[in-house]
Design a protein around this ligand. Structure first.
Ligand SMILES: O=P(O)(O)OC[C@H]1O[C@H](OP(=O)(O)OP(=O)(O)O)[C@H](O)[C@@H]1O
Ligand SMILES: Nc1nc2[nH]cnc2c(=O)[nH]1
Length: 183
């Protein structure tokens, strides 16, 4: 699918590339200040967080290591299954480290509350969460999120790492899909 068709599949742009980059710059400064003197490790959750990780880490005023986890929490559609399985674990031992989980979106919160508990069991110094997007349903699970880019309405969104059936991840904005895409 070419770019023209991809753009035509969007019903609405919720966040522009510029809005996202500006907000990530602010978060990066906050994170750098809060983790001064700490042993910060950025942990990305594949695959959606690839784009936010790439931009967030480059916006940091300094350098920090990163690692990745892959879990399965969704099928190819738009609904959470609630079942989380580790597909790829971290490469490094996080004992004593200050872990910052980097995510693209928190929707039901099921994925992240599971990952956070799993990482906490490995005796890190701390585990916090940074997400670009947060949806309102997350209030149903008690999961404190230290860094939030944007609170968005309860709609299925794509772009900036987020997919529908593995497509649209490379859109630079975040938007909703037009009804014809689902037909
Ligand atoms: O808060 P929740 O309702 O649990 O949803 C959030 C999760 O869903 C998305 O991942 P997805 O399973 O779509 O995988 P992907 O990152 O590979 O696209 C997103 O990246 C989060 O990990
Ligand atoms: N692509 C995409 N994945 C999600 N996972 C949880 N919520 C969403 C969403 O709105 N869009």
């Amino acid at each position: 699918m070419d770019r023209e068709h991809m753009a035509a599949d969007l019903a609405k742009v919720l966040l522009t590339e510029e809005q996202i980059q500006t907000r990530l710059g602010e978060l990066a400064v906050d994170i750098w200040r809060d983790y001064e003197g700490k042993d910060l490790l950025l942990v990305g959750v594949l695959k959606g967080a690839v784009v936010v990780m790439a931009d967030l880490m480059r916006a940091l005023p300094g350098t920090a290591p990163m690692d990745w986890m892959a879990v399965s929490s969704y099928g190819s559609g738009t609904k959470s299954s609630g079942v989380v399985r580790i597909l790829k674990d971290l490469d490094v031992d996080i004992t004593g480290k200050d872990v910052l989980i980097v995510e693209d979106i928190i929707d039901s919160g099921l994925t992240l509350s599971w990952i956070k508990a799993n990482l906490e069991s490995r005796k890190p110094a701390s585990v916090e969460i940074c997400t670009l997007l947060r949806k309102p349903d997350v209030v149903k699970v008690d999961i404190p999120v230290k860094y939030v880019g944007f609170d968005i309405p309860n709609e299925f969104v794509v772009g900036y790492g987020l997919d529908y059936d593995e497509r649209y991840r490379n859109l630079r904005c975040v938007g909703t899909l037009a009804p014809h895409v689902y037909e």
